[in-house]
Design a protein around this ligand. Sequence first.
Ligand code: IPE
Ligand code: IPE
Ligand code: MG
Length: 228
Amino acid sequence: MDNVKIPTHVGIIMDGNGRWANLKGKERSFGHKEGSANVERVVEYAFNRGVKSLTLYAFSTENWARPKKEVDELMRLLKIYFTKFIKKIANNGIRLKVIGDVSVLTPELKKVIEKGEAKTQNNLEHTLNIAINYGGRQEIVHAVNELLKDGKQITIESISKALYTADCGEPDLIIRTGGEFRLSNFLLYQGAYSELYFTDVLWPDFNGEQLEKAFAEYGARNRRFGKI
Ligand code: IPE
Ligand code: IPE
Ligand code: MG
């Protein structure tokens, strides 16, 4: 276990909450609740293991198309997460950053996010990016518009630097739980050379042991970046 190569920046598409609950004969919201509790566990495990930055996909720009009741529940859980864990995040040297278009979130949610980001802004050890109302295409468009506004040239590098995750570098490993083989609009630009790891394990069941499996596979991959 100790020879395992640990990726610097890990992205996770936390999928499968609804199916996890349905398999137990419960409502989808039960899965979201357990899924949000699992975020805390996996964050702690990954950072203790030496991961420097973690980018978690919590709510996509497409997820607004779900029934209002489910969207409201997800937003409620996010608010609880930020309120409940910010102290722990702050005390563990983690800088919290919410990525995506937060302008449309409720004032209450925006407030806890701003508070959490402000409280942790000087933490340098780890970065926790939580993607809310995030889409990879929207992120690229946003980056290009920022550059145009500042009269800057549009280049591969300038776009890279204008992305939400710029200071974390590109993700070395992107994990998707829940059995689907797609990116669903996650980290499209910075994921160009990420190693992809897919597992059938549903998000609420994804734990340290599962993360070790992903790291082991990551360590065994040969990253060529186009070379031979
Ligand atoms: C992931 O679980 C959480 C979000 C997308 C917000 P899902 O809610 O997509 O669960 P499944 O994929 O329907 O099981
Ligand atoms: C991706 O999961 C988004 C998040 C995990 C936040 P979805 O469940 O929304 O993805 P699709 O619809 O299966 O592609
Ligand atoms: Mg899903």
